[in-house]
Design a protein around this ligand. Structure first.
Ligand code: ARG
Length: 298
């Protein structure tokens, strides 16, 4: 059988040199319990991050790095840096003052990526619109659309900015469970066309919108146990699914569908309300129209 050569996935990540839980901007964050074991947890986060990094490299990914900055512990969550599609990066604007200091550092990282040719254009949101990057704007390759989350962090008005910037469909859904405050904690499209999601994160209208767009046999609804382990915050590369942990039952369901589940503990990041997907940002996504155009040109 001829080996299939896969296009290399490209990610943006940031080493957790200054990572900590230093404030509370989501229900997972408890700075006091972090402070009690600060040294040990900091060491643990470096190890967990390095294991994730190596697993992605082993899966064939190429990874660019943002320089860590003291005083910006959440800079490790690069999914929040921007929405990136077709070589265009729409820079994020953050809801909370604790994270707005990250904006110029992510912008600098994108200027460097642009200088190296990994990004073609950098766009900014309208002044009054908040959108926390791919964390709240998850690309679905199968359906050629963005799943956008709003409420806790991003503004509903960001929908139009995303649609205008990328010219794609954007399904904007309100997030109603504070534990699942970013879309990427609540929903992940898999490469085979399935979508794994946390039902309680959405309103009845949101669930109807999801069920409307995804065939029943492609819906993977998570139990509360898998949801709480952040199983929806997974990175899917070809048939591999990288996540912090999941139940045996979910692993079996995914394996039956032909996925290889790669669990790599990210517990120190879960204390901040983040996991595998949050710690990465895909830079090489493209929409069907652009893919088709490139194929015709080739
Ligand atoms: N502590 C960070 C925050 O609350 C975690 C961000 C996780 N990122 C994500 N894309 N869900 O902002």
């Amino acid at each position: 059988m001829k080996a299939r050569s896969l296009p290399t996935a490209r990610f943006l990540m940031c080493r957790p040199r200054h990572f900590a839980v230093a404030y509370t901007i989501n229900p997972w964050m408890d700075p006091r319990s972090w402070a009690q074991q600060d040294g040990a947890l900091s060491l643990q986060s470096q190890k967990e991050w390095t294991r994730l990094y190596r697993k992605l490299i082993r899966l064939g990914a190429e990874i660019d790095l943002v320089t860590p900055v003291p005083g910006l512990p959440d800079l490790v969550f690069t999914a929040n840096a921007a929405v990136v599609l077709n070589g265009v990066a729409l820079l994020a604007r953050f809801r909370h003052a604790e994270r707005t200091g990250e904006e110029p550092h992510y912008e600098a990282a994108f200027r460097k990526l642009q200088a190296c040719g990994f990004v073609n254009a950098i766009r900014k949101l309208p002044d009054d619109v908040v959108l926390e990057g791919a964390g709240d704007c998850v690309w679905d390759d199968t359906r050629n659309l963005f799943w956008m989350g709003y409420g806790p962090r991003s503004d509903a008005a960001a929908r139009d900015a995303v649609a205008d910037t990328f010219g794609t469909d954007v399904v904007a859904l309100e997030l109603v469970d504070r534990r699942f405050y970013h879309m990427d904690t609540a929903l992940v499209p898999l490469t085979g066309g399935e979508v794994m999601y946390v039902p309680e994160a959405f309103t009845p209208a949101g669930l109807a919108a999801i069920r409307d767009r995804i065939d029943p046999d492609r819906r993977i609804e998570l139990t509360s146990e898998d949801s709480a382990r952040f199983a929806a915050n997974a990175v899917c590369l070809d048939r591999a699914l990288v996540l912090s942990s999941c139940t045996e039952d979910l692993r079996r369901r995914l394996e039956e569908r032909g996925y290889r589940v790669i669990a790599t503990a990210l517990d120190s990041f879960l204390r901040s309300g983040g996991s595998a997907f949050c710690l990465t940002l895909r830079l090489d996504r493209s929409s069907a129209a652009v893919t088709a155009r490139t194929a015709t040109a080739a």
